[in-house]
Design a protein around this ligand. Structure first.
Ligand code: B4P
Length: 191
């Protein structure tokens, strides 16, 4: 199985590049952000709780996210592999993902880290806020999400680097140029 984590700050292009990766490599996409937005839309118990955190730009508690992810993997048929988009976002989530995958006799092949400067991240998210009207794409929430990313999510980079699984990709530039670099990296691993 080719299991990939796509990593980066809010607005770095995780969702955008994931769409292209699943088309080319036939992987299944697990975006915790998309799943949570679906739960909010359907007003489930999880959705009601998640909404309060997402609206403030905070992370949804680890135990809820880990249980959600674990049940998705338990019910999912075997496939070519997963792309994990927006998960893990904390060290506890990273460790939990490794354990869940181990229980399914598989593991993470690679973590792709998209680096984009903060001015560009803010510009992209504000633009998406205007077009798509996502409740968390406003200036106050964006600042909070970037701070949460620096404090809670960025430390995971060292976790994957230590495992020799981290590939850094410059995420400024056109979507197609970035995808070319992502593809080159994945083709090297997927030989
Ligand atoms: P996500 O849905 O993961 O939101 P995101 O970080 O903003 O990234 P996304 O993938 O949507 O956007 P992308 O960078 O592709 O999470 C939302 C919230 O859910 C979190 O803040 C958190 O509260 C909660 N949550 C989710 N997962 C969680 C977890 N594991 N634990 C706890 N809480 C969790 O794209 C952004 C914009 O940039 C798009 O409009 C796109 O068109 C544009 N763009 C992309 N690439 C570009 C490029 N190269 N040039 C110009 N624009 C580009």
């Amino acid at each position: 199985m080719l299991n990939i984590v796509i990593f980066g700050a809010p607005g770095s292009g995780k969702g955008t590049q994931s769409e292209l990766i699943i088309k080319k490599y036939g992987l299944d996409h697990i975006s915790t952000g998309d799943i949570l937005r679906g739960e909010i839309e359907n007003q489930t118990e999880l959705g009601k709780i998640a909404d309060k955190y997402i609206a403030k730009g905070h992370l949804v508690p680890d135990e809820l996210i880990i249980a959600m992810l674990s049940s998705i993997l338990d019910t999912h048929p075997h496939n070519k592999g997963f792309i994990f988009d927006g998960f893990p976002r904390t060290l506890a989530q990273g460790e939990a993902l490794d354990k869940i995958l181990r229980d399914h006799s598989t593991s993470i092949a690679v973590t792709i880290n998209l680096s984009v400067d903060e001015a560009e991240l803010t510009k992209r998210l504000l633009k998406r806020g205007e077009i798509a009207g996502r409740s968390d794409d406003n200036i106050d929430t964006i600042h909070s999400r970037l701070e949460v990313y620096r404090k809670q999510t960025e430390p995971l980079l060292a976790y994957y680097k230590k495992q020799g699984k981290l590939i850094g990709i410059q995420g400024n530039g056109s979507v197609d140029d970035i995808f070319e670099k992502v593809s080159e990296a994945l083709d090297r691993i997927n030989k």
